[in-house]
Ligand binder design. Structure first.
Ligand code: HEC
Length: 116
């Protein structure tokens, strides 16, 4: 029993150390990869830039989960200028492929991305 718990902790330790890979994996699984990657613009903002923008802000998680579930429009036009990136789409449609739990899971990981 103790062994099982130990292995679990070890595994979650790895996931934390390699957050970027974990985000890419979930994004692929959840159908986000067509528009997002961790470090480059696909159609929408890179996850690391999203992390930069929202890390430490109050309600960051709630805001992002809401955008994923309900869609987001024109929010990133000004932010893109700030980060000197070129977003290729003005809106993200509501992501019906994920529920609240999945959206929270990927947002937690996005906000954990190293932004230094
Ligand atoms: C069809 C393309 C597309 C898909 C698919 C897509 N996104 Fe987006 N996403 C965008 C665009 C474009 C924006 C910028 C929207 C804006 O300017 O308001 C965005 C913005 C975001 C943001 C920032 C929202 C905010 O409030 O600032 C997050 C987080 C995000 N996407 C996560 C995801 C996740 C997770 C998935 C998969 C479940 C996903 N996206 C799928 C295009 C997409």
């Amino acid at each position: 029993m103790a062994g099982v718990v130990g292995a679990g902790l070890l595994l979650s330790g790895f996931a934390f150390a390699d957050t970027a890979k974990e985000v890419e994996k979930l994004a692929k699984q959840y159908g986000c990869s067509g528009c997002h990657a961790v470090d480059k613009v696909v159609a929408g903002p890179p996850y690391r830039v999203i992390a930069k923008e929202y890390k430490g802000k109050p309600n960051a998680k709630e805001t992002l989960v809401k955008s994923i579930l309900g869609g987001s429009m024109m929010k990133w036009q000004a932010k893109a200028k700030k980060y000197k990136i070129k977003i290729k789409m003005a809106y993200m449609p509501a992501q019906h492929g994920v529920n609240k739990e999945k959206a929270e899971k990927i947002v937690d990981l996005i906000l954990k991305l190293d932004t230094k």
